[in-house]
Design a protein around this ligand. Sequence first.
Ligand code: NAP
Length: 498
Amino acid sequence: MTDHDVIIIGAGFGGMGAAITLRKLGYEDLLIVEREDDLGGTWHVNHYPGLAVDIASVTYSYSFEPNPYWKNWFARGSELKQYAEHVAEKYDLRRHMVFGVSAEGARWDDDEQHWVVTTSLVAGTGTTTVRTARYLMTATGFLSQPKLPDIEGVDDFAGTVIHTAKWDDSVDLGGKRIAVIGTGATAVQLIPQIAKHAAALTVFQRTPIWVTPKNDFKIPRPVQTLFATQPWTQRAARAVNGAWLEGMMVTAVLHYKQAKFLNNGAAALAKAHLRRQVTDPETRRKLTPDYSFGCKRPTFSNNYYPTFNEDHVTLETTPIAKITATDIVTADGTSTPIDVLVLATGFNLWDSNFPAFEIIGREGRNLGKSWRQSGYHAFEGVTVPGFPNFISLNSPYSYSGLSYFMTIEVQMRHLERVFGALRDQDASTFEVTPQADAEFLEQMLERMDDTVFAQGSCGTARSYYYTNEGDAVLLRPTSSGSARKAVESFPLEDYTFS
Ligand code: NAP
């Protein structure tokens, strides 16, 4: 007997999708462990000013749970959090969740054929609990471990320090001298909002980001009503938008070798956007990336570039040498005194994620160590040989398509097939075969050849897409159509069931 049938780590959209699938298959004894104090994953954790999704909301949602009432084409962060709450309520998931509990480690017990999961209370005094479950699923997100910059003296700063993923709404930015380190997609949303309040804002940029116009608009009430009363209209909007995203992914990312004129076109669009929006040529030069469009995640914004026209906003590209109690000092010796330091420095994937906590499989195999030492792999971005009854939703080569929901739904179908087979075969243990895993990896590596990561000029891009060794193993280098086809057609013999 185990404490639970399934333990799922993470109560974001991935974990909730897994729970919905398992409930549909008749599993009721689920425990969803979440280290935060509520559900929603990224959309609960992040609440910095300006937060919004940049995949259209008709697409960035579960296909089986459309929300006709999105207020904007690109939903704001708070709407996504509400949507997550709605899903949890509708599918009765909250009763499975425990909050403020962090997974510390998981170990496969081969004698008992179950997982032993150690958790601790986030706010406690180191109290740990050991729970067992027949199945373990990790849905801990890719962008969930905030990264602090490795800059000398960052801990010495005596003013207020905020990482974007730990935004403190109580901090008054009014009239303050603020520095932002980082110019990724988060900073692009945040900087225009901060500039409204700051007395002086200095943005420290190491690598510029490609920014194209954001075609956002309020969804009029009559359209929302149409989506609600004639759901096929929203499905049609989703299909059209999905096809557009798929087209971009397939051409600009996957087939860069054949279609680089499209990337060049996108880069030209971004440069024209920059020319229209930034008056000073030197600032424009600094904001222009020198790597191929698509090597790192581009973003969309209509108010990022114009911020740099404002007199109280400075774009600093000289590298930071150190941070003191009061200042940021750049390599040329210039000191910028500040009151608030905002770290828009992103997330650490390759040291403290993959996986997010220690996972030990059969014969003492350590998942993180084996990925780092022998290379990243996971069959269909979901399962790994040597780790029975384990589903890793944030695996190498798992992210397919541009909307995360495409990935989530393919993975939900994967679960449905594996757990359906368990039931049909009256089995209780599954494990992917090494051969299936190796063949999948071979396919992924082959397909990588045509991508922007292999063919583009990516040397200066720096992105969380690449491991510490420089390999782009995060994205699945196939169309999401192909991922959908594969999940329907992989032979169940790719798994052993016992
Ligand atoms: P990010 O893209 O990794 O950007 C981090 C930034 O911090 C980069 O500009 C990086 O510079 C800089 N940085 C890191 N360490 C530094 C150091 N030691 N010194 C100087 N600069 C340093 O992180 P993010 O902006 O948080 O975005 C992460 C992802 O979140 C996005 O790509 C996207 O997938 C997601 N996101 C999505 C939305 C949405 O609308 N859906 C919105 C925001 C974020 P380098 O580039 O030189 O390393």
